[in-house]
Design a protein around this ligand. Sequence first.
Ligand code: COA
Length: 258
Amino acid sequence: MSSSYKTIKLKNKQHIAWIILDRADKLNAINSVMLQELSNALDMIEKDENTRCVIFVSNGEKAFSAGADLTELCSLTPETAAQFSIKGQQVFTKIEACSKPVIAAIKGYALGGGLELALACDFRIASDNAELGCPEIKLGLVPAWGATQRLPAVVGVSNAKQLIMTGDTIQANEALKIGLVDKVVPSNELEADVEGLAQKLVKHSPVALKYAKLAVNSVAQSLFDCGLKKETEDFALLFSEKETKERIEAFVSQRNKK
Ligand code: COA
């Protein structure tokens, strides 16, 4: 597979494609380059008959991903914010619609867009040091890459509101209790455990797996599409709010002072 990526790495072993988020120094924050690279990698994987399962992992111990790259959010207007939202939604919908099973191996923080990426996967296995949440509300924002729709589908409306409206993060064991992750394992066993699940999946008929996945995905699909549109509209609108800009700039300028 191509090694021309700047923000991700790919490896392919025994029919399993590993997509490694590779901006550890920025806690694997998802910038526009990473979004595009993820999109390209997913296109390639979709076409590759040799690949029968996909695993998302991260480089570094501290984070699966701390979400959208906040330095890119500072200059957004309502118009460019809508584009930003749609772009992320499209890439994550590509994960959800991928004809092969997709697993997220979550180590450390999975916040905001990082959690949204994991929510688009079919399975989520977390290490015992994982911390998950949607902190957007603390920035005067709402999630923009699918969480307002996928989170209630995974954990129920009440748990989704808890996470989205408080911005609180939860630890792996709490995430397991509400069904946000399927399993929690010790950090040093995460990759082996995820690989074990992938190996089980690649033994099944790829066509049957594809039909099974897409049939389950089709539940409430039209409601989901309307919901994504609403999410983009709300996210974009918040970029005309002075308070949103002030909160994002405060985060970024604090970092620049370090
Ligand atoms: N966007 C851009 N950069 C980010 C980032 C993000 N979402 N999250 C972390 N980083 C960067 C930091 O700016 C820092 O970079 P620097 O060393 O060049 O200053 C580096 O990653 C390490 O993060 P830092 O904040 O120093 O680590 P920490 O252990 O003190 O805190 C978090 C970890 C996850 C609690 C904190 O980074 C955080 O709150 N991040 C933002 C999470 C968020 O709001 N995500 C939703 C975005 S919509």
